[in-house]
Ligand binder design. Sequence first.
Ligand SMILES: N[C@@H](CCC(=O)N[C@@H](CS)C(=O)NCC(=O)O)C(=O)O
Length: 213
Amino acid sequence: MQLYGYFRSSASYRVRIALNFKGLEYAQVPVHLVKGEQKNPDYLETNPQGLVPSLEDDGDFLTQSIAIIEYLEEKYDGPQLLPTDIVERARVRAMTQLIACEMQPLNNLGVLKYLKVEAGLDQAGVDAWYSHWIERGFKALEELVSRYGGKYCFGDEVSMVDVALIPQMYNARRAGYDLVRHPQLCAIEKRLLSLDAFERAQPENQPDHPDNA
Ligand SMILES: N[C@@H](CCC(=O)N[C@@H](CS)C(=O)NCC(=O)O)C(=O)O
């Protein structure tokens, strides 16, 4: 398998965690987002959206991190990221989508750039936008974790929502958002980052991180 991604991309980070957690071997193909490599014609051939990640498996190119993780879940045996009970599966998917559909898309690189360049917001306005959506999402997530969480976001087993949470927290911290407001999430983050699959997926441990080049 080949993962086309970028060390700092939160969506690529999700897929790295899932691949590691499932014990799957993969090679990484860096796509430098700041240099605009996601818009190269060769890359657009595999992912017409011009976004990372993409995963190549057995000649098939797959896109959208959550669809990729669901694919890995269905194709490969080994540790699972969704519970077996269908109501619990729906809850884990809902918590995952809270992050992947209602937080990350509002705060990704393309949106922030548009707010600044096209909509004319200054940096303070962009920062306020960022914090608003992060706070709103994490507050709701904390409430759901109070209801359904345990050692991790959903019960005592690692699940797909944990895979989405860690990159979103990394992203928020980088943007200067104060995560102290979300103590439950910080406690879960600490537990998750002590696990090998999560630790190995961290941006600073990737081959395309500038410190490792
Ligand atoms: N929903 C997509 C989001 C992908 C996405 O937003 N990727 C960002 C990095 S995290 C990207 O490639 N941005 C490049 C750009 O906007 O030009 C997924 O989950 O895969």
